[in-house]
Ligand binder design. Sequence first.
Ligand code: ADP
Ligand code: MG
Length: 288
Amino acid sequence: MNITVRNLSMTYPTGKRALQDVSFEMQSPDLIGLLGPNGAGKSTLMKLLVAELLPTTGEIRLDDAPLIKNERRLKATLGYLPQSFGLYDELTVWQFLDYISALKGIKNSRAAIEEAILETNLVEQQKMRISTLSGGQRQRVGIAQALLGSPKLLILDEPTVGLDPEERVNFRNLFSKTAEDKIVLLSTHIIEDVQSVCNRLIVINQGKILFDGTPDALIRVAQGHVGVFEEQSGDRREQGFQVTARINTARGIACRIVAEMLPTFANPVEPTLEDAYIYLIEKGERLP
Ligand code: ADP
Ligand code: MG
């Protein structure tokens, strides 16, 4: 499967320009993390990819046909977790998944539901009403409905919101296991969620792509722009850089900073993915 996004722009009726001239391609297998701060345009991009919204200009092609002419094929291959969606509170987990699989036209629905329940660790909750579930459990029901029928294209909008650390680890494992022959695009503003699983990261801010490449390549972008120094009491040197961490050490407080030009009193260190992300967002232009 191939998805090509060409010169996509989206302006809402309010006049808000949510996406500006976005182009990229996805080819299975691809496990892509879509990173960006709140309001960057992540959800808008995802809604365009699932044909819930139509772009103002530009186009999306699915296997070389326009997405809008290919909607039936899209629906048959798509699993989508919207950022916020109403679950049917009165239904049990099983009933809800049964309902969704009927909507999706899944043939062997019983087996598909069982598999999705196993994968998302909802065996104990399957007969419970959705209204009685915790936030994290509800989020897992949302992930389960996206996974129903093993879709070849998975679009997950902030799937880890509301999950506790253990659930997040489980989710990451599930995600890398199921991704082998799929295109998976997941949005998040939590770096750890994409760090170990995604082979590719797309960073967007203010409706524009700032980076598209491997996690290692993103780290390289920040090389020479990350340093540490020891903070002195009443320090007035904090100018022209962004402090990303303050760590108490035996000798005092170590400050970790990201800057376009490292000050002379800072010692350069290897960037982490988080440093690189902060550097990129601060810089605000496409790199490398
Ligand atoms: P993200 O998912 O990255 O937080 P969104 O795609 O939801 O970002 O939003 C991008 C921008 O578009 C934001 O400024 C948001 O306020 C605006 N926006 C989103 N949805 C609408 C809408 N339906 N009408 C007008 N503006 C919107
Ligand atoms: Mg969003």
